[in-house]
Design a protein around this ligand. Sequence first.
Ligand code: ZN
Length: 274
Amino acid sequence: MRKCLCATLLASILILATLAALPAAAARESESYSDSIIGQDREVLFQVSTIDALLLAVYDGILPVGELKERGDFGIGTFDRLEGEMIVVDGVCRQVKVDGKAYVVPDEATTPFATVTFFDHDEKVFVEKADNMTELGEILETSFPSENVFYAIRIDGTFPYVKTRSVPAQERPYPLLVDAVANQTVFEFENASGTVVGFWSPEFVDGINVPGYHLHFITEDRTAGGHILDLRVEGAEAELDLTPNIFMALPTAGDFFNLDLTGDLSSDLEKVEK
Ligand code: ZN
């Protein structure tokens, strides 16, 4: 027994000594990582349903916006019956309808698909000039420390050009998303001050969320916007929030429950996003 106690004490001292010898930065890193995976936290991508369910016409709202906002102050999505484009920024959720106008959404409104997080920037990237979505994407990616985690992306600025769309509410029997967006309304903004809000997701989320970029736009006065189809950026600062955790809230009833989600819908997704 005595020997055992000594061994324990020695082990404890060794551990303490090791901890004391750890560089401060390493200690901070491990603290922040354990913070990030335990309990209520700001570094979680919270998503409702899956992108493939949306592609397969699961449009009935399942989560009230009031509850969504408890999981993040920043994000994008759509609303019950696929009505309009969601932009959550600075804790306020707005809906860009097919009239092109942005409306503040009541907490009782519901969403069938959305992605939110609490936005705390980790990196800032100055974008001198990007003539389209591809160029912007390449510039931002140069500052990604990894392509295997999520990034929330926020860009405030005056944009030479932004092309967005919104989609009208759908009626049952619901059409597939690829057919629903055939009736999208497109909006063009020139020299528009506003905020780009969205995410970059790794390739491995294929079927669950949108691999690569999915960005929405809202004007600075928060009165118009939509899902971004194209844009030009000049002299704007992009903020990135590296997000290593994901929480999926899947529907527990309705169309989703018996849906066949085994197929590859990536070509449909390509058409829908662009
Ligand atoms: Zn969108």
